[in-house]
Design a protein around this ligand. Sequence first.
Ligand SMILES: Nc1ncnc2c1ncn2[C@@H]1O[C@H](COP(=O)(O)OP(=O)(O)OP(=O)(O)O)[C@@H](O)[C@H]1O
Length: 589
Amino acid sequence: MCRRLPAVLAHTARMAWAVDRAGVALLLACQIVTGAAAAVVLASTARVMTHLLGAGAVSERLHGALPALVVVTAAAAAGRISSALSSYANGRITPLLTTEADIALVEAVCRVEASAYGEDGFADRQEAAEVGITRTRLMVQDAQRFLAALVRMVAASSVITALHWLMLPLLLLAVLPAGVGAVLSARVDYETHYLNVGDRNVRSMMRWWATASQFGDEVRANGMTGYLTYWYRALSTRIDRRTLVAAPRMLRITLATSALGGVFLLGTWAALAWLATSGRVALPVAATAVVAVQTTLAALGQFVIHGAAMFHTSLYLADMRAFLDMAEERAPQRGTATVPERVDEIRLDEVVYQYPGKDEPAVDGVSLTLRRGEILAIVGENGSGKSTLAKLLTGILLPDKGRVRWDGTDLADVSAEAVWRRTALVPQIFARWPLRVRENITLGQPKTFDDALVWETVDAVGMREPVERLPRQLDTLLAKELWGGAELSGGQWQRLACARALYRRTPLLILDEPTSQMDPRGEHRIFLQIKRIAAERATVVVTHQLENTRLADRVVMMRDGRVTEQGTYDELVAAGGVFAELVALAKDR
Ligand SMILES: Nc1ncnc2c1ncn2[C@@H]1O[C@H](COP(=O)(O)OP(=O)(O)OP(=O)(O)O)[C@@H](O)[C@H]1O
């Protein structure tokens, strides 16, 4: 704890300073005033006692004590005001700090190389970091209380040491067990948290899948409810069991350390009584010592308890820091080259990619050249590597071996943003953004005040009529569950996903099963559109509808990560290979 706390304090101060300098200055000033006020209160109390317990008539003694009493009152008021101000400063800093930490996490996750998601432990560490974010809410408060207690403790202990040197070591002994207890309890709590991280992560994902309305029909009509709730309960029980094991450990720690602290405290009072009765300290001093002991005890207690709380928070913050470091290491470490607006050739040379934890490569030695104006269709059985190949073409994944070159420039040398400015992708599983129709098409593009291009794209995917029927056309919200608005059908959503990619007008357009949910008219329209705009770009279509590959200039057949056949539709049918077999199968109904 002693090793960790200075680092945590410095880290907190740095983060807080970055978001609100005035707030931090106010907080620090308040701590100093609080401590000084505590010292003045105690020292003046000693003077009050000396007068009150001295010789003379009561009224004279009271009169003599009056100036010191006024000082006590003023110092106490100053202490209260400064502690109110430090709560205010904490209230100013904490929301900004939490937001900064939260944004740092979101940015870090959005920026990592896509391959990091598949790494062992990445998701669990992310979950642990999320807990760290929620703990940042306590970070400034813990630091502030710890500092306030430290300053009060220093002030009170210097006063008590001045009364008699023996008092401070005795008091330290009395509170030390409580501090040790708090640290041990924090450790047990954190250990339990850590053991449960994986299960909690699975549980929260399960919760989302089981309760999200878009999967509700499947859950109900496939009779999954009972199983899902059983599984959810089983996971929760496992988490609870681990948590409950910690409870008796905590109890033992608290009881033992409280008993020890009690014994030491008794010793302190006994020592004070002995000092007074044996005449080693005068009566007024002994009376002041009673007040000082109480104040110092409270300050020491606060010091160790808030120290332990900071230590506790720091364990979670360390997880957050570790994840951010991990994400930083996995941020794209690519070159700084850029890609021009016009790209004439995309070339893959002996490209190999293997997902983390997999035994076989998903793409295994593929060489391919794609030219501007060309439409390439990729076909193959499930799991043959088509989507992975698409991710390699766009630079979402970088190959383990071989090279992907755009007009001769290796994608490993190009900054990730530069490549993705030139790519448009309709993935198999696309996002249904809870935004307006317009933003669902233009998301990620510079803001435009003219809807002409948006309508043009809406037309291209055959969505003009449905969009015109919506209550506020392009301004209609597509977030029925969240804020109302309209809901589209599955095929209409897929048309919007296509519109999103077409709107970008990039030199590479990749469509991964873009029409799987569309009616024949919609599908026909999309493919017409692809053909219409093909001249200005390289287009890749991944599809299982082999008839659709007729529009492609070239068809590539994949199997087990390799290209097994290549040619036009007619050439491949005539060749009598697997492609011809699949075409025949598709017709055999
Ligand atoms: N994120 C991932 N992590 C680990 N393995 C993956 C991941 N994505 C795909 N794979 C594996 O890589 C192989 C190729 O998958 P890919 O998605 O490229 O196939 P596909 O040809 O597009 O399949 P489909 O026709 O079903 O869409 C499969 O064995 C799959 O299990």
